[in-house]
Write a protein that binds this ligand. Structure first.
Ligand code: SIN
Ligand code: FE2
Length: 206
C-alpha cells in the first residue's frame, strides 16, 4: 500500500494527501480522451444560473443539470450518445481510494469531471442525486490547488477548510456522505501539468 498522510476533516471525511500523485499524468491523459468524446460544457442550475465550472462525465450514467433539475442521465445530452466508458486509470484510483478509506468493495459507476479556471467556484451543496448513499464519494484533485470546505448536514453549521492540492484524494462517506461542501474561487496560477486550471474527478455510486 502507498504510504500517505491522512487528514480527518469531519467524521467520515478524510483527505489522503498525494494519494493520486503516481497516477496523475495518466488521469490527465484519460480526461483528454473523455473530453474528446463528451466535451466539457457549461450548465445552468434549475433556477437558471450558469455554473462557472465546466463539466462532463464518464461511466454508465452522467450528472446533468438544466432548467428541469439535477439528475443522472444514461446518455450525454450534448452528443445524444452514451457517456464514455470510465478509463482504466479512473477505475484504479477510485477502487484504491475506496479501499484505503475502508470501503474495500467500492465500485463507482459514475465520474463527474469538473474543470475550474481562475475565478470559478462551487457554493456549498450536498451530493444527493444518487440512488445509494451507503457508498462514499471519492474526489480527486488535479492541477491548481483550491480551498475546500465541508460542514455537516445543514447548510448553516460550521465548516472545516483545507487546501486541496494536485494529487490529493478526498473520501467522504458514512456520516459525511450528505455533508454540505464546496470550494472557494480558484486563484490565478500556472500548474506544470494543467496550466491555468484545476480538474476534479468525483466518483459516485449512482
Ligand atoms: C463538487 O463538490 O462537486 C466539487 C468539489 C471539488 O471541486 O473539489
Ligand atoms: Fe459535490
Amino acid at each position: 500500500m502507498i504510504e500517505t498522510r491522512v487528514t480527518q476533516l469531519t467524521s467520515g471525511a478524510h483527505v489522503f494527501h498525494g494519494y493520486a500523485l503516481d497516477i496523475a499524468e495518466e488521469l490527465l491523459k484519460e480526461i483528454d480522451l473523455v473530453v474528446s468524446v463528451s466535451p466539457l460544457r457549461s450548465v445552468v442550475t434549475p433556477s437558471g444560473k450558469s455554473m462557472s465550472v465546466k463539466m462532463t462525465n464518464c461511466g454508465t450514467r452522467g450528472w446533468v443539470s438544466d432548467r428541469r433539475g439535477y439528475r443522472y442521465e444514461e446518455k450525454d445530452p450534448v452528443t445524444a450518445k452514451k457517456w464514455p466508458v470510465m478509463p482504466p486509470g479512473f477505475v484504479a484510483i477510485a477502487k484504491r481510494s475506496g479501499a484505503v478509506a475502508g470501503y474495500p468493495d467500492y465500485e463507482p459507476n459514475v465520474c463527474l469531471i469538473n474543470r475550474y479556471e481562475p475565478g470559478n467556484c462551487m457554493g456549498l451543496h450536498q451530493d444527493k442525486d444518487e440512488r445509494d448513499f451507503s457508498q462514499p464519494i471519492v474526489s480527486v484533485s488535479l492541477g491548481l490547488s483550491i480551498s475546500f470546505k465541508i460542514g455537516g448536514l445543514s447548510r448553516q453549521g460550521s465548516t472545516t477548510r483545507i487546501d486541496l492540492v494536485h494529487g490529493d484524494v478526498l473520501v467522504f462517506g458514512g456520516p459525511a456522505r450528505l455533508a454540505y461542501h464546496g470550494v472557494g474561487k480558484l486563484r490565478e496560477g500556472e500548474h506544470p501539468l494543467t496550466g491555468k486550471s484545476r480538474f476534479n474527478l468525483t466518483f459516485r455510486v449512482s
